[in-house]
Design a protein. Sequence first.
Lengths: 147, 403
Amino acid sequence: MHFSLSNEMMREVIMDHYQNPRNKREESDSSYQTVYMDSTSCIDKIYIQVKIENNVFSDVCWHGNGCAISTASTSIMTELLKGKTVDEGNKIIDNYYAMIHEKPYDPDLLEEAVVFMNTNRQPSRIKCATISFRGVRRILGGSEDDE
Amino acid sequence: MDFEKLRNDFPMITNHPELVYFDNAATTFKPKCVIDAEMEYYNNYCANTHRGDYDIAYQADVKFDESRKIIANFINAEKKEIVFTSGDSMSLNQVAYGLMNRLEKDDEILVSLVEHASCLLPWYRVCEIKGCKIKFIPVNAQGEITVDNLLKVISNKTKIVSIAHISNVLGAINDIKSLVKIAHDYKAIFVCDGAQSVPHMKIDVKDLDVDFLTFSGHKCYGPTGIGVLYGKYHLLKDMEPLCLGGGMNATFDVACNVKYLDSPEKFESGTQNIAGVVGLAKAIEYLNNIGMNNIFEYEKELKRYLIEKISVLNNIKIYNPDNKTGIVAFNINDVFAQDAATLFNHYHICVRSGEHCAKLIHNLLNVDATVRVSVCFYNTKKEIDYFIDVCKKGGDFLDAFFA
């Protein structure tokens, strides 16, 4: 699928998710697990909220503020994980990290998230492109390390 | 002064001719003479100080002492009033903790919304420990702390006034001399963070009459890991050292009695950053040769030129057009600050995006983050022209991501 994706199309997808972020809302329901992601290296302040029922991501949402790359990647991540099992989610995150670090990965698992395939060319943006994936990993209790 | 020619003194510029370095408020490049001075210590008289039993140790002592003298002269202080630290943050922490024993419950410490974290957080903790109160001096639209605004909050409870000479985000120069007079009328101690002023203008601590002045070496074209704490001698004499250890005590015994040395040694426990001290002194000599007033005027002209050029663009919001120093805080319309910084990076222009360690200031500006350009004397109008061309590409900020 990624063979047919032009830079122009990838750019449009990122701009679309940046300007119209999906699943952007704050949940006060206590059945959601929340993680706050910020870092010393950037100014993103992103809250990820996840509801897991019967080992399935029954809902994923987020709120906060970030750059185009972190906003769009977070928006795409929420759509990607919603409805998946935790195992499937973990596999998606592993594949996403692999793509970011130019290792072999399955693009079909990543759907729209493949628009971040060139992140490695701008190493300073890797943290932006992975912020929400690391957040979900933190909620799942796994290693956040994207290597 | 041929400022263009000075560019040849900086290996970071000659080795990277494509680079436009506009992040001088974060750190500065080092002239070769500074790098050589540090190397000279490691290559030819690498010995500890205060151990003058042999020739190279004596040589290290002499160089260390001479360096302190050069740095003292630079700000018109006495040698014994110059304490070496690891940087401006450590200097400010030493002052805050060191003055703690003068403070009592309900005493007030005055700061402002535009301060850097290292000028705020040590005082926050001191207040927590001693039960004192932090009060904020209001700033005007330019980000300046005016005499009138200081008068609004200062009182007989005020024990300390701690503010930056120049804000690291907005670049406003505070009239320290007038502010100090008021603080002293109320018998408050005045702590001035000189991180952004000492590298860019002539500083005379006697004329300003500040009680403490702190700054970093690496923002003054010197090495990283070296900073300075100036204090009036009678205050340093009474101040508690933050770090205890070798080189700062006169005697101690098994009954836990300790007698400290006098300032500055009292504050300099452990082996000092000798190469850093020697390198900083060399940087100061380099600045003296150019002349601080020349530097100030030249940087002011660069800033004026930058504002003139950027003002005609209709996609830029500038937050501090009127301030005279080389700092410009701005945003490109509809572009998140970090995305803008990535765009500039794509064109080899180094700028900083974010909160600039002054997380309270953006309440004032009503934005989450800004892009900051900070120019200094080795920057050129040609670089500014190039930067302006890239500003015009603001809407294409994802270019960098798809390069």
